[in-house]
Structure formats: structure tokens, C-alpha cells
Design a protein around this ligand. Structure first.
Ligand code: GLY
Length: 435
């Protein structure tokens, strides 16, 4: 017998469909139909050329050196080592090219010994972007085993007194005096996805507990009253007390480093997706709203490397010569991360989601333009141009970055998925209009 759907559930479904329809119309109206196909064809061609230069999977590509040549990381322990494999997996997912898949496997499997690595928190990036995609796309159990052991290694950096995973080992702050014994950075939110995965596939809730505790502590100590974020929070490991709220890669301790804010938006969106806990959704929205309504966000929605660079009221503690930066460098990596996050956030945000989808589409349009996307034979065969790794360290300024490509490709796939899921609704509404 046919069951009648409860009224509340029916209403929820109707409202979800309405949002999907609006998202589809927003997206359908704004993006040229072939934009994603062209971007993936471009990615395949660029990476095919890149693979002729980057043959050793133990030293994957990261960026461009100051002399203009390709920079390969010296070993797999660099925090970016998993992104190139991830770039190849996403390109394979979109194009189904067998050679790209073979290379994706090669660049992934070279990272096997990372599963034992406990030297910093970036294991989530390194393993989930490589092995995570490998497992998602192949379902090969040997990849799952690496991810579980990797999650165990990451979890070993958790301290229940601070309620956080330790990001970096001991460091000195830019003031030259303050020592961070237990620094936690906003970027760490990204590494939690590996822990959620481990709980899902093992049934052991320990990983999930750590991830949720870390996200709640970060929510309390990394986010300012105006919904911007600190980059670094240093904790007292005896009491759990916050000792310092500073920056390492941003302009000033009270400024908003664009990529830090991007990691926060993405990290809280992902944590909501994994937990269904509304506190994380609200946090993701607050961080996104700060970013999107910020008067310092340029028209093309590709942010300056720091929202407050060159502004009065913000004092860099690193050696900074403003006359060198009358044009403030952008960070296309932050734009790619935010575009990908917003496409997910749009699905969970009711009517507000339409604004997030629109903003994400605008970001993708900018990134796909000649200004940010490389031509064949240029940019050391990376896709995106105009990223900033760490300006305070004088490193990777206005260059391609392997992780910018990763989140750009991910955003394009998410966009395609959204469009694909919504297409019957688009067709329905179009035929209704035509009648
Ligand atoms: N630590 C990651 C980043 O530079 O964004």
C-alpha cells in the first residue's frame, strides 16, 4: 500500500526542490554550457605536458621557482605532496583518460609511507586528496588501509587538554620573542575530513570525536566577533588556555589572511556535511558572509592575499616594504577553495544558498578567464595563475600553486554535479514556460 508522506517531510522536500531549481537556474543562466568541458580539456593537455617534466612521483610539482622554472617538492613530506595526485584524479574523473589514471595511481602510491608520518598536521591534505580520491574512484581496499593508518597517525597529534590537533611543532612568532609551543592554524580544519572518513569505514568513533572536538575548539578560539579568522592560535598544554592569537602567513595579527578564511569556510562546510550539526553550518555561513560582503573583495571575486594588506590599523611584524606592493597580489588559490566550498554550502543553506551559488559561479567565471587560466605551454603547465603562497616569507608570490588547481578542478566537478542533479527540474520549468 502506498504510504502517505508526512506533511512536514513533504514541505521540506518541496522547499529543497525549490532551492535546487533556483540553484540550477542561477547556474544555468550564468555559465556557458561548455565551460567545464573546456576547462577539463585544458587541464588534461596541461598536465600531459607537465608529466613529461615531472616524472618522479616522489618529488611532485608544487609551483614556479623565482627563476621561472618548475618547482618540484624535495620529498613526499612537504604539505603539498598529495595535491598533484589529486589533480590527476579529478582530471581523470572528468575525462576518463586512461593515461592520466595511470599517472594518478603512480603519484598516489609513491606517498604510501606517509601513513606513518606524524611530523605535522597536514596528513589530511597529503593523503585525503591523493588516496582519498583514489579510493573513491577505484574502491581498491589497499587505498582504504593507507587512509585508516594515516588517520591514526594524524589522531596521535590530538591533545584532549587543548581540545585540538597540534598543527606545527614549536615555532617562534614574527615578533622574534614569542614561542608557540602548541600552534594550531585555521588550515587544520581541512585535515578533519580524513578523520571523519576513518570513523565511517572502521566504525571507530574516536576519529570523529577528535574531529568534532577540534572543530568546536577552533570555533571558539580562531573566530573573531566580526566573523573573520585568526591564522594561528597557540595553546598552553597544561591548562588548555589560549596563549596567543597571531598570524604566520597573513599581513598582521589582527588581519584576515584570505586563504585562512577560505580554509575556514571549506572546513566548517565539510564538518557540517559530516555531522549535520547546525553550529557548524552557521559558522560556515558566518565566515562565508564575512568574505563575500567584504568591501575589500575585488569585483572579480579573486581576493587579495590578505583582506587588510596595506590598510591602516594593521601592522605587519615581518619585514614589509609597501612600496613593492602598490598592486596587492591576489590569491587565486583562495578563490578556488571558496568556490568549491560555496557550491556545497549552497545546497545546505535554503534560499540563502542561491547567493552562495551565484558567488561561486562568478568566482569560477573569473578563474576560467584568460586572466587566471593558463594557455597551453605556459605557467609551467599548471592551470591557475596569480596565487600567493606566503608573502611574509617572500615565497610564492603571484605564481601557480598545485593546490589552487586541485580546488578549482573540484569546484568544476561540484558545479557539473549540481547541474546534472538539477537538470530535470530545469527541463520541467522550461517546458512549463514554453506551453
Ligand atoms: N598551510 C597551508 C597554506 O599555506 O595554505
Amino acid at each position: 500500500m502506498e504510504q502517505r508522506m508526512p506533511f512536514k517531510l513533504m514541505k521540506q522536500r518541496q522547499s529543497f526542490r525549490f532551492v535546487l531549481l533556483c540553484l540550477a537556474l542561477t547556474i544555468g543562466m550564468q555559465l556557458k554550457a561548455q565551460m567545464t568541458d573546456l576547462a577539463f580539456a585544458n587541464a588534461k593537455a596541461l598536465y600531459s605536458s607537465m608529466l613529461e617534466k615531472a616524472k618522479n612521483p616522489f618529488t611532485p610539482p608544487r609551483t614556479t621557482k623565482p627563476d621561472g622554472s618548475l618547482f618540484l617538492v624535495p620529498d613526499i613530506y612537504d604539505w603539498t605532496s598529495g595535491f598533484f595526485a589529486g589533480d590527476l584524479w579529478y582530471t581523470y574523473e572528468a575525462t576518463k583518460d586512461a593515461t592520466i589514471k595511470k599517472e594518478a595511481i603512480k603519484f598516489t602510491e609513491a606517498l604510501d609511507s606517509l601513513k606513518w608520518f606524524t611530523g605535522h598536521h597536514d596528513l589530511g591534505f597529503m593523503l585525503y586528496c591523493s588516496y582519498g580520491n583514489a579510493y573513491r574512484l577505484t574502491k581498491d581496499e589497499k587505498y582504504k588501509a593507507v587512509l585508516i593508518q594515516g588517520a591514526k597517525s594524524l589522531a596521535s597529534r590530538f591533545n584532549p587538554i587543548t581540545g585540538t590537533i597540534k598543527s606545527w611543532n614549536k615555532r617562534t612568532s614574527w615578533d622574534g620573542k614569542t614561542v608557540w609551543n602548541y600552534p594550531v592554524i585555521i588550515d587544520n580544519m581541512m585535515n578533519l575530513e580524513l578523520l571523519f572518513f576513518a570513523s565511517k569505514v572502521t566504525g571507530d568513533t574516536m576519529y570523529r570525536h577528535i574531529a568534532i572536538t577540534h572543530a568546536l575548539t577552533t570555533m571558539k578560539n580562531h573566530i573573531r566577533a566580526n566573523n573573520s579568522t585568526y591564522h594561528v592560535v597557540n595553546y598552553d598544554t597544561q591548562t588548555g588556555k589560549v596563549l596567543n592569537q597571531e598570524t604566520c602567513q597573513g599581513y598582521a595579527n589582527n588581519s584576515t589572511w584570505a586563504r585562512g578564511q577560505a580554509w575556514g569556510i571549506y572546513g566548517y562546510t565539510m564538518t557540517y556535511k559530516e555531522t549535520g550539526d547546525k553550529r557548524f553550518l552557521e559558522t560556515a555561513q558566518r565566515l562565508a558572509d564575512f568574505y563575500l560582503t567584504n568591501p575589500r573583495l575585488p569585483k572579480d571575486k579573486v581576493p587579495y592575499w590578505d583582506f587588510n594588506a596595506n590598510q591602516s590599523g594593521y601592522t605587519p611584524l615581518f619585514k614589509y616594504d609597501a612600496s613593492k606592493y602598490t598592486t596587492i597580489p591576489r590569491d587565486a588559490a583562495a578563490a578556488a577553495i571558496v568556490a568549491s566550498a560555496l557550491l556545497d554550502l549552497s545546497k545546505f543553506s535554503g534560499k540563502k544558498g542561491i547567493g552562495y551559488a551565484k558567488a561561486a559561479v562568478a568566482m569560477l567565471q573569473s578563474l576560467a578567464s584568460d586572466k587566471y587560466s593558463a594557455e597551453q605551454g605556459s605557467n609551467n603547465h599548471f592551470i591557475l595563475k596569480h596565487c600567493t603562497g606566503s608573502l611574509p616569507h617572500g615565497s610564492e608570490i603571484d605564481v601557480p600553486l598545485v593546490y589552487a588547481d586541485y580546488y578549482y578542478l573540484e569546484a568544476l566537478l561540484r558545479y557539473q554535479q549540481l547541474k546534472h542533479n538539477s537538470s530535470p527540474l530545469i527541463n520541467k520549468s522550461t517546458s512549463a514556460i514554453n506551453k
